[in-house]
Design a protein around this ligand. Structure first.
Ligand SMILES: Nc1ncnc2c1ncn2[C@@H]1O[C@H](COP(=O)(O)OP(=O)(O)OP(=O)(O)O)[C@@H](O)[C@H]1O
Ligand SMILES: [Mg+2]
Length: 377
């Protein structure tokens, strides 16, 4: 293992050795790809949706018969920008010089995009300057069908897919659905961090994408599996960590992937060789201190009742009956309708999520560090 590299990733993906579990979900995604089924990935924020896609793609890295393409459309504001992003990722995915890559790149060039270069990365960026929206629709169709006609399997992951709901072109869903339906060798993985909007697109009977994909729900990583993963990474890097320490971390972060990775990354970077419970406790306090300014900023963004409710949910950890008199009275939250209003705002601002994918649904604060900080206030 490389020496200076921190093995606990807090952004992106490296390889299977730095990725915990997701064996079942990986198998399901691959099976869907094998069977020409499009998948929609549902999960709460920062749990590892994008990581899972990269992990699945990594398994095809040496497979010449499968080409995986990933596009994150969060930054796109309209169909034109969507088309440009699509063309750019396809163009950059295939090396231009020979064979299939040359064929695809030539085909894209025949659509006459402007090619510029990103000033920071130097990577090519494609832009179409077309007169009407309809021409962009046509270009999307051409891009998809070029790829589909090649003698390989294409897997397209569109991340932050809910962004299409923000486009002024309200027929984007219908247009995409129509194009996608006609493809023979191309599969899609749709993924998004805003669950409410993703459900609106895929699970609403009136919308074009309804029942068109297989839904895959991504849950929290099993604590025992995560504990083994964390321990083995420390051990492989010549550090000792007790079970008690690992249990403390997973308890502190509720095993929420991003927060767990962040904690372990921070702990690893401290350079401690024999990690003791007092070490992880002081790392926890340091992390909360580090984020304190952000937490105060959150407070300025919320009304007083919203802040109070967030604090109450944080203190409880998980709230199963948010309208119960016991809960409302315990934290002096006023009336049930006040709680409803605040809750709606907190969910809208993605400060709190409602986990409905379990037998007993509950409300929980998204940011595990904010939750722990509030518990100590
Ligand atoms: N199975 C895993 N093992 C180890 N680290 C992981 C795993 N899955 C994700 N991560 C790491 O956790 C962090 C959050 O993951 P990721 O960005 O994939 O979440 P996400 O669900 O796509 O988040 P968002 O909802 O914000 O888009 C990243 O740093 C990623 O590297
Ligand atoms: Mg993501």
């Amino acid at each position: 293992m490389e020496k200076e590299f921190n093995p606990f990733l807090v952004t992106g993906y490296k390889d299977a050795a730095h990725f915990c579990d997701r064996i079942e979900e990986t198998a399901i995604l691959k099976k869907n790809i094998q069977n020409n089924i499009n998948t929609t990935l549902f999960a709460v924020r920062r749990i590892g949706k994008t990581g899972l896609i990269q992990h699945v793609f990594n398994t095809y890295a040496h497979n010449k018969k499968v080409a995986c393409i990933y596009v994150d459309i969060l930054g796109s504001r309209n169909l034109k920008e969507f088309t440009n992003q699509l063309a750019t990722v396809i163009y950059n995915r295939f090396p231009e010089n020979k064979g299939l890559g040359k064929k695809i790149v030539d085909a894209i060039k025949s659509l006459r995009p402007l090619i510029s270069f990103d000033s920071l990365t130097g990577a090519p960026e494609l832009t179409f300057e077309l007169e009407e929206t309809k021409r962009y629709e046509k270009t999307i169709q051409q891009l998809f069908s070029f790829l589909d006609q090649q003698n390989i399997k294409i897997v397209f992951a569109i991340d932050e897919f809910q962004q299409i709901l923000e486009y002024p072109e309200k027929n984007t869903e219908a247009v995409l659905r129509t194009h996608i339906q006609s493809l023979k060798n191309t599969n899609f993985i749709f993924c998004g961090s805003n669950q409410k909007m993703m459900h609106e697109i895929f699970n609403s009977a009136k919308r074009p994408f309804f029942a068109s994909c297989s839904n895959l729900h991504l849950d929290f990583i099993d604590k025992k599996i995560y504990a083994d993963f964390i321990t083995s990474i420390f051990v492989n890097n010549k550090k000792k960590i007790t079970k008690q320490c690992v249990d403390f971390i997973l308890e502190f972060t509720y095993a929420h992937t991003f927060y767990t990775q962040f904690f372990c990354n921070y702990l690893f970077s401290s350079g401690i060789k024999h990690i003791q419970l007092t070490d992880v406790q002081s790392i926890a306090a340091e992390i909360l201190k580090l984020n304190e300014n952000t937490f105060y900023q959150y407070r300025n963004l919320l009304t007083s009742p919203q802040w109070q409710l967030l604090q109450a949910i944080s203190k409880e950890g998980r709230v199963y009956k948010v309208h119960s008199t016991v809960f409302i009275n315990k934290y002096k939250l006023g009336t049930s309708s006040m709680v409803s209003r605040s809750l709606e705002a907190l969910q809208e601002k993605e400060m709190v999520f409602y986990n409905t994918a379990v037998a007993q649904p509950y409300y929980e604060t998204y940011d595990k560090f904010l939750m722990r900080w509030m518990q100590h206030k």
